[in-house]
Design a binder for this molecule. Structure first.
Ligand SMILES: [Zn+2]
Length: 76
């Protein structure tokens, strides 16, 4: 099972890890609501998982221009 992290805004792949089983507690995913899980986690056809995060570059851009998040992510 591979977990891939991508930036939800610029789609940059930030890293991936291979794991025998997804440890959702280690990933902190247990804190997410079902809606957030649908928004953040995507399962790939090969049984892997994609987790959408925010990269450093986009984080800084959002901090500087908070209104960008409204455009890029209508659910928030
Ligand atoms: Zn980014």
């Amino acid at each position: 099972m591979a977990i891939t992290y991508i930036c939800r805004y610029c789609k940059t792949q930030m890293g991936s890890l291979e794991t025998g089983a997804v440890d959702e507690f280690r990933l902190g995913l247990q804190f997410l609501t079902p809606g957030e899980r649908r928004d953040i986690i995507a399962y790939t056809p090969d049984g892997g998982m994609t987790v959408k995060v925010v990269c450093e570059f986009c984080r800084e851009a959002l901090d500087a221009n908070p209104e960008l998040s409204l455009v890029a992510s209508p659910l928030q």
